[in-house]
Design a protein around this ligand. Sequence first.
Ligand SMILES: [Ca+2]
Ligand SMILES: [Ca+2]
Length: 244
Amino acid sequence: MPTTRRTPTRRVAPARPGFTLIETALATVIIGVGVLAMMDAFQGFLRANSWSTQSSTATLLAGEIREMSRTFPRHDAFAGGIYFENPTAHTTFRGWGPEPDETDPSMFDDIDDFDGAVFGSAADSDLPGPVGVTGAGVAMRYPGPIDAFAAVIPETDWAGVTATDGAGADLPLQGWSQYVRVEKVDPADYTVTRADDYYEPAAGATPELEVDQFPLRVTVWALYQGPFDTSARVVARHTWVVPR
Ligand SMILES: [Ca+2]
Ligand SMILES: [Ca+2]
């Protein structure tokens, strides 16, 4: 009886839907690169947005000082301006800086009152240029930053709510300071600065240019120190000249 022998056939595994390891790894790499690019772009946007916000705040703060002093005379009209106690010998210079009763910026009433004033908490070492008024050597310290009415500008959140300290008092705008320098400049060349007590002696037919007859150059720096910064840095600077 003939027998038939069945040839064994290889069983082929049916194709299963799914991804191979290589495909999965490739997909992960592709998606990963895309996500990284998006995060980088987002960080760039945040940096640009932060710079834009800081720049506009700094410009505003510098403008507030200018607006506050816009109608002020160069020197105090009530206290006799700036002068020498001995006008002949030109000794004992008086009148530069805030007058003795002007203990608060709301009492400032002339341009030279602002020289060396810091409105805010920026350290002396972070202030640009020589610090302080004639002979004082240190900055004049006031709470700040301030607005054009000499009121401290409060910190507000994104919803416009003013931040307060534990006692319920308004917190000033965090991290910001204004620093002001007032310098006498040569009437013929505003780039040449003169000492606060400088006067030009008479020469020939030209009469003496008295100590209070010079234009003033005012410079306001707006500085910012972030919560993780070790020092304050200048974000904006405004300079203008008050003619005589
Ligand atoms: Ca004054
Ligand atoms: Ca003054």
